[in-house]
Design a protein around this ligand. Structure first.
Ligand SMILES: [Mg+2]
Length: 180
């Protein structure tokens, strides 16, 4: 089964569930999802529109927001240092979670970190958005959970529930989510 296009009808349904939920977990891949992919890291720096959206969404006390990346954690954490969200970076087999002062054993990864979050907290809305094979692992992890929505960005087969064309569509969805 392949991802269905997130059209205005399905988007409306997702937003209804979002508004009705009280503990919401948002797992947002960075490159290719929140921003077009750039090979030169500094070109992928978030613009003010994205920062303001993320500030609004992560400032909502019902939301727990994580940005997920394979980039260097120092660069990402500097970009989002002012916002009440957290960053998960996984590179060279090592995972780092911002605002956590701990070392994870080898083999611990983003998927397991998300599983632990879901075991700790009874989220009633879970949204994961991403564009590559790493994100597919997350989609696998949360697909069967109640209140879970998964969105693939771009072309290619996916186990996500829905698909959007581009980061622009992701920004549009986040704009709909901000303020509610
Ligand atoms: Mg990506």
């Amino acid at each position: 089964m392949d991802a269905k296009v997130l059209d205005s009808h399905t988007k409306g349904g997702l937003l209804d569930r979002y508004r009705a939920a009280s503990r919401r977990l948002l797992l947002l891949d960075y490159d290719g999802t929140l921003t077009p992919f750039f090979n030169i890291p500094t070109l992928a720096e978030p613009d003010n529109i994205l920062l303001e959206l993320l500030e609004s969404i992560s400032g909502n006390e019902r939301n727990s927001v994580y940005i997920i990346s394979e980039r260097d954690n120092v660069l990402l954490e500097s970009w989002f240092a002012q916002l009440p969200l957290r960053i998960i970076t996984e590179s060279d087999g090592k995972i780092m979670i911002s605002r956590e002062d701990r070392e994870y054993p080898p083999g611990y990864n983003t998927r397991r970190a998300v599983r632990d979050m879901l075991d700790r907290t009874a989220y009633d809305f879970i949204l994961a958005i991403g564009d590559n094979h790493r994100d597919e692992e997350l989609f696998d992890e949360i697909r069967e959970r109640p209140g879970a929505f998964t969105i693939k960005v771009g072309a290619g087969s996916s186990g996500a529930l829905y698909r959007v064309n581009s980061p622009r569509a992701v920004i549009s969805l986040l704009r709909n989510m901000s303020g509610c």
